[in-house]
Design a protein around this ligand. Structure first.
Ligand SMILES: Nc1ncnc2c1ncn2[C@@H]1O[C@H](COP(=O)(O)OP(=O)(O)OP(=O)(O)O)[C@@H](O)[C@H]1O
Length: 243
């Protein structure tokens, strides 16, 4: 990995994060880059700082020191972080955060209100085509409670694509799914990456997820321990042994 932010779509440069209440030093000088179209898996034991790093990379939180760059531009200088986030990054979480009173079709449209202006008709049409992409067009009128867990994650995936992001950030996207649904979501992510040239950064405990990534980053105690293709084999072997 080089340390020139301009070479990456997204680059964290020596970021530190301490949570004031618990005095936890969650990240102590982490550098990590994701290139256009690349998929990177972040693995490591519980509490090592994976989600904290994902939050900084997705501009959901700010580092105490260090910088995060998007296309070589520092995020700390941006005045439009909410808009930036909504338009460039799609988020997928373990608990899908779908709005319970909205249908699948309406949930997918929520981020579009922060995206480029679209008519109500265009929003609805786009939501339908995204639901079709994830195999959910038959359930567009259902609310989350009327969907299976796997179906909810697929709706959440469609929602993450609402503004045609260049990057998907996923925190344990298969964490709540059985193996069949997990495989389906992973297949979908792989197809989306290929068809839409999406970059993907995924936090995971799952060797199956890590094995599909171009690169695996192994973290420990708020630092990067291993970073690279070879790390994939090491990380997944260790995790299969320890789990
Ligand atoms: N909002 C917070 N306030 C205080 N401490 C926090 C907060 N969020 C996380 N932490 C602490 O920071 C450290 C890193 O947490 P983080 O969630 O980034 O780890 P993780 O590697 O994603 O863990 P897991 O695999 O269990 O999800 C942990 O010690 C955690 O307890």
């Amino acid at each position: 990995m080089t340390d020139d932010p301009a070479e990456y779509l997204l680059f964290a440069d020596r970021v530190h994060k301490t949570y004031p209440d618990g005095k936890v030093r969650a990240l102590t000088g982490v550098s990590l880059g994701v290139r256009m179209g690349e998929s990177v898996a972040i693995t490591g034991p519980s509490g090592c700082g994976k989600s904290t790093l994902l939050n900084l990379l997705g501009a959901l939180d700010r580092p105490d020191s260090g910088e995060v760059y998007f296309r070589g531009e520092p995020l700390s200088k941006r005045r439009d972080l909410d808009r930036f986030r909504a338009r460039q990054i799609g988020f997928v979480f373990q608990s899908f955060f779908l709005l319970p009173t909205l249908t699948a079709r309406e949930n997918v449209q929520v981020p579009m209100f922060e995206g480029p202006p679209l008519s109500a008709h265009a929003r609805a049409k786009k939501a339908e085509s995204l639901l079709e992409l994830v195999g959910m067009s038959g359930r567009a009128g259902h609310r989350p409670a009327q969907l299976s867990v796997g179906e909810r994650q697929r709706v959440a995936l469609a929602r993450a694509l609402a503004n045609d992001p260049v990057l998907l950030l996923a925190d344990e996207p298969t964490g709540n799914l059985d193996s069949e649904n997990a495989a389906r979501v992973l297949d979908l992510l792989a197809t989306l990456r290929q068809d839409r040239k999406l970059a993907l950064l995924v936090v995971t405990h799952s060797p199956d997820v890590a094995l599909r990534a171009d690169r695996v980053v192994r973290m420990k105690d708020g630092q990067v321990l291993l970073d690279g293709v070879a790390a994939a084999a090491v990380a997944t072997r260790r995790e299969s042994v320890s789990s």
